[in-house]
Design a binder for this molecule. Structure first.
Ligand code: SF4
Ligand code: SF4
Length: 385
């Protein structure tokens, strides 16, 4: 066996006699340990995890094979493995592993590493997936938004009734966010395409058409059917569903506000009696309550080590803060605390930027990768329904 440092080419080569030479990528193994996979070497391949995983099938078992591939540093093989994204992080396997190797955490670390390396541009993947750079990630929108205020000459708190568009006019804030979100969306589509092209199609003959499989995967995703199979974290389904529909509701209301402004010239603040406000406030509450359920769920697991969860924790806290600052901006506007309202609105916009512009590089990126992984399994006939 050859051991090399940070090699880029395939870690598995075949020599002319047909024997297999494994050349582990040691940097990759170190990175997985740093991202929360410290326990990977404890695995002794008993296969209990593949036996109890509710999504593992006879034809496509996991996560035992991912454990040995990670121990051997087979980065390229792992990055072509749909099972890393098919896993929905229920952690049933981690609870029952007799060696405490926590395969669920290893798959989580592999997903973070994949986002880091598959992102376009890659440096944003490195910044957003690494909690040490979170402050820098916020500095970028803070600088850009401050530059807008300077260009508009809006450097003091407006007098009179609180109207947030007096700080950032709708035209400038809509142009700012829509431009960045459009760029992020294009980058995300490129990353998803790369992932799809990587999947090991030659090992999995496809029996179903892409379009049909994708529609079935979306339907399953909307109902979170696979989450019902969780044993250890059965209450995680409700939290995840609330966060998911909270985001959907906030996306709808943001588009609704733009529609009101550009087609009917209705400006913010919108009246509390307007259906738009009901949807917006309900969505914010769903987001906050759902995130609190997910946080409580993680706190229950005494074995979650701080490193494995730092990527998840950072994201969960930012989601919670976007909900809390969103609701707070409304409350301080209603009770008319001008000095607090505008700074709070500025901070809220930083969280909005983090969530909607950085989404291809954050935990939110799992949405598309997981959807494609389910689609892939459906096409290959290995989906567990
Ligand atoms: S991760 Fe644990 S349960 Fe799975 S094969 Fe290794 S030792 Fe066995
Ligand atoms: S975390 Fe859950 S879905 Fe993922 S491999 Fe373990 S048992 Fe399977």
């Amino acid at each position: 066996m050859n051991y090399t440092e940070g090699q880029d080419k395939d870690s598995k080569n075949q020599n002319m006699a047909g024997s297999v030479i494994l050349s582990p990528d040691l940097k990759f193994i170190r990175d997985i340990k740093r991202l929360g996979g410290e326990t990977v070497k404890k695995c002794y391949q008993c296969a209990t995890c593949s036996g109890i995983c509710p999504l593992s099938s006879e034809n496509s078992p996991f996560p035992r094979k991912e454990m040995i591939m990670t121990q051997l540093g087979m980065k390229n093989e792992l990055f072509r493995d749909s099972d890393i994204w098919y896993c929905h992080n229920c952690n049933d396997c981690s609870k029952l592993c007799p060696r405490g190797a926590r395969p669920g955490d290893i798959l989580g670390a592999l997903r973070a590493k994949f986002i880091m390396e598959n992102s376009v541009p890659r440096f944003l993947g490195k910044i957003v997936t690494n909690p040490s750079y979170t402050l820098f990630a916020f500095f970028i929108p803070a600088f850009l938004l401050f530059a807008i205020l300077v260009s508009l000459g809006h450097l003091s708190i407006p007098d009179g009734k609180i109207v947030y568009s007096r700080l950032f006019p709708v035209e400038s804030i809509d142009l700012f966010f829509s431009s960045f979100v459009a760029i992020s969306l294009i980058m995300y589509i490129i990353s998803l395409r790369r992932f799809w092209l990587r999947l090991r199609k030659e090992d999995n003959p496809q029996t179903e058409r892409f379009g049909k499989a994708l529609i079935q995967a979306v339907a399953e995703f909307l109902l979170h059917r696979k989450f019902s199979k969780c044993d250890v974290n059965s209450d995680r389904k409700n939290g995840h569903l609330m966060v998911f529909y909270g985001f959907v509701g906030l996306f709808i209301t943001t588009s609704w506000v733009a529609f009101y402004y550009w087609f009917f010239h209705i400006n913010t603040p919108i009246s509390l009696g307007d259906p738009l406000k009901w949807v917006a406030n309900t969505s914010a509450l769903l987001l906050i309550i759902g995130t609190l359920i997910l946080i409580a769920n993680r706190l229950k697991d005494k074995n979650v080590n701080s490193r494995s969860s730092s990527f998840d924790w950072t994201f969960a806290i930012i989601v919670l803060l976007i909900g809390l600052t969103g609701l707070s901006t409304e409350i301080v506007r209603l009770i008319n605390i001008t000095d607090l309202a505008y700074p709070l609105y500025f901070i809220h916009l930083l969280f909005v930027f983090y969530i909607i512009v950085y989404f291809p590089y954050s935990k939110l990126a799992h949405f598309g990768y997981r959807l494609l992984a389910i689609t892939f399994h459906k096409m290959a006939g290995t989906d567990v329904t």
